[in-house]
Design a protein. Structure first.
Length: 355
């Protein structure tokens, strides 16, 4: 492979996901129409998105691949497994955050809740939506392991990758619990917020996909260490960009309501920095407004507080520093030159974005 076409890659990953869900549909067909409804929502859950996790897995593989490693279809199936994991996390995350939308359409729990309400079924529509989202997220999580395990690459390499995949899942699930606990306590310093960021997002979005891809190509510990030096700071920068978009992003572009992170009460690094630096009256207003419904005037005021505190500019500066550290480390990593060039491009795509 001599060039990287991101749009083509996303289409190929989608084709793999569609084919896998077709197979799962055949498996679940004997369970009847309810199973078909669950599968239809699974299909919607895996459509769209930036496919960064699949891309970093792919280029972790390409970083160390040998000339005989030519089974592109098997590699794409392995990469697509990361997207099933991501879809699972989003379904559960939207329910835990009480988010109404995802990518411009109702979140899974809201879609099933609305269906229950429209058909006049017995019981609590919200409880039904919650149960459906939990089960769909669990199903997608199970399928992610199955797709990786059956991807078709050599079994000894898949076994090595599965160990890293296990670690990735443990980290992201525990990181999510740290996040839930921080929100419940209603307080988070910058260090606590960074710990949540690192384990809930940074590792699972970039570092671990790189590791899984490299393991599938037979990469050793030295290669994985080099990819960590590039991938972990880049993953942190990636999530910090998400945190900025969660406050300042445009709804038409992000597919999420304006200021969604503030409405959900997220104690992000951005918010922690603002609370530390803002004048006492501004900090108190920001603190008590987190996790409440915000009208446009209050949202504008909270954005002003974050800007005036210097937190917005500080996070932008940290993103720049982390990306620089990542790219410097990439130059020293034991990876193929073709992969190095594309990993530079992916670093820009992951951190210089509006969605």
């Amino acid at each position: 492979m001599t060039s990287w076409d991101g749009a083509d890659f996303r289409e190929r990953v989608q084709a793999v996901l569609d084919a896998f869900l077709d197979e799962m549909g055949d498996r679940l067909a004997p369970l009847g129409p309810d199973a078909s409804r669950l599968l239809a929502e699974a299909r919607r859950s895996v459509r769209g998105g930036k496919r960064f996790r699949a891309a970093f897995c792919y280029w972790g593989f390409q970083a160390v691949r040998r000339s005989e490693d030519a089974d592109e279809d098997a590699l794409l199936r392995a990469c697509a497994a990361l997207e099933l994991l991501h879809a699972s996390a989003l379904v559960h995350d939207d329910y835990m955050d009480a988010s109404d939308t995802r990518r411009g359409r109702p979140a899974v729990h809201r879609a099933f809740e609305a269906e229950h309400r429209a058909t006049g079924w017995r019981g609590d529509p919200e409880q039904y939506g919650a149960a459906a989202a939990i089960l769909l997220g669990d199903l997608l999580l199970s399928w992610s392991e199955e797709l990786l395990r059956r991807c078709g690459l050599p079994l000894e390499r898949v076994a090595a990758a599965m160990g890293l995949f296990d670690l990735c899942r443990s980290e992201v699930i525990t990181g999510q619990f740290l996040d839930v606990s921080v929100q419940a306590r209603g307080a988070a310093d910058v260090d606590a917020a960074m710990t949540v960021l690192r384990y809930k997002s940074a590792k699972y979005s970039i570092e671990r996909p790189l590791h899984i891809g490299a393991a599938l190509a037979g990469g050793d510990d030295e290669v994985l260490a080099g990819l960590s030096a590039y991938g972990l700071p880049l993953g942190e920068a990636f999530q910090l960009r998400d945190d900025l978009l969660g406050v300042f992003g445009d709804t038409a572009t992000t597919g999420k309501p304006a200021g969604d992170d503030l409405v959900e009460g997220k104690r992000t690094v951005l918010v922690a920095l603002a609370l530390d630096a803002a004048p006492a009256e501004d900090a108190a207003l920001l603190d008590r407004s987190l996790g409440t419904l915000l009208d446009e005037a209050l949202l504008t005021e909270l954005r002003r507080i974050i800007d005036d505190s210097g937190a917005h500019a500080q996070v932008e500066g940290v993103i720049g520093d982390l990306v620089h550290r990542s790219l410097v480390s990439l130059e020293d990593a034991a990876v193929r030159d073709e992969a190095r060039a594309t990993l530079r491009d992916l670093a820009a795509a992951a951190t210089d974005r509006a969605v």
